[in-house]
Design a protein around this ligand. Structure first.
Ligand SMILES: [Zn+2]
Length: 280
């Protein structure tokens, strides 16, 4: 009898294509912290911050409701021209696992506005953790402006570009280039919504023009963990990440000198890095 019920259940799941995740609405109890909610549900704190607008994570209001997925994971809204293979790359994830998580085959079409679930277990499976360089690529995208003197895209005047611009779709995930502590989150004028990390080697990295911030000040983050989403806030001509590498005196450096070679941006095989695919 039990087996029969299980069979019927599996058939229903298969026919209705019930997604491999659930969205949980959780009512905050007195004494709750982001840490204990994340721990009790087996998810990252950044997952909760990605889904909710929480102004002060240290002061969660009892009685308020927060939303997060089970199991741990992130969502991505399909943009015109996206493919599942491309979305998998944005999350440094294997495309076959992404298709399976969304009950899709490689022939299934996706449409703009559609929501794709990316399980936390597959995010950054293909990230390249550099050995000889300080940082990994914070986002999968196209370099749209290099570090150094340039004609400013908005003022049209010569000015010094203090970071590297990487164009990526609105809402694409931004990952910590290295492990460290969050030293700034918030609106920073022309930088728009910005995150600053202080790394263990004494250097800092900055991530600007975000649409959403998924970390809080004082949070410790690991290499490759989610810190926010791509946007176009502040002085910006379109969705991109402005990525800066600085020393403790806020002197900037060319990020390309601190990142792995571009062909190691996305590593297809974690076992054989010699066969890694192109970065763009
Ligand atoms: Zn820039």
């Amino acid at each position: 009898m039990k087996q029969k019920l299980l069979l019927i259940f599996l058939l229903v799941v298969f026919v209705l294509q019930i997604p491999a995740y659930q969205l949980i609405s959780y009512k905050v109890k007195p004494g709750d912290t982001l840490y204990n909610i994340a721990r009790d549900h087996g998810i990252n704190i950044s997952t909760i911050l990605d889904f909710n607008n929480i102004n002060n994570p240290r002061n969660l209001r009892a009685g308020s409701t927060i939303v997060f997925p089970q199991p741990d994971g992130l969502f991505y809204t399909v943009k015109p021209g996206d493919s599942m293979a491309y979305i998998a790359k944005l999350f440094f994830a294997p495309v076959d696992r992404l298709l399976a998580a969304n009950s899709m085959s490689s022939r299934d079409l996706i449409h703009p506005g559609q929501t794709i679930f990316v399980p936390g277990s597959i995010i950054n499976m293909y990230q390249y953790i550099p050995v000889s360089r300080a940082y990994r690529w914070p986002v999968y995208g196209l370099i749209s402006s290099y570090y150094g003197w340039r004609t400013h895209p908005i003022s049209r005047e010569m000015s010094f570009h203090s970071g590297l611009d990487i164009a990526a779709p609105q809402g694409a995930p931004i990952f910590a280039a290295g492990s460290g502590v969050v030293t700034f989150v918030g609106d920073n004028g022309g930088y728009g919504l910005m995150v600053e990390l202080a790394h263990d080697n004494g250097m800092k990295t900055r991530y600007a023009h975000m649409s959403h911030i998924s970390v809080y000040e004082g949070q410790r983050v690991l290499t490759g963990s989610l810190i926010g989403r791509i946007g176009s806030t502040g002085l910006s001509t379109g969705p991109h990440l402005h990525f800066e590498v600085l020393d403790s005196d806020y002197r900037t450096f060319d990020p390309l000198g601190h990142l792995p070679a571009r062909d190691l941006m996305y590593v297809v095989s974690t076992h054989d890095q010699k066969t890694s695919a192109g970065g763009n």
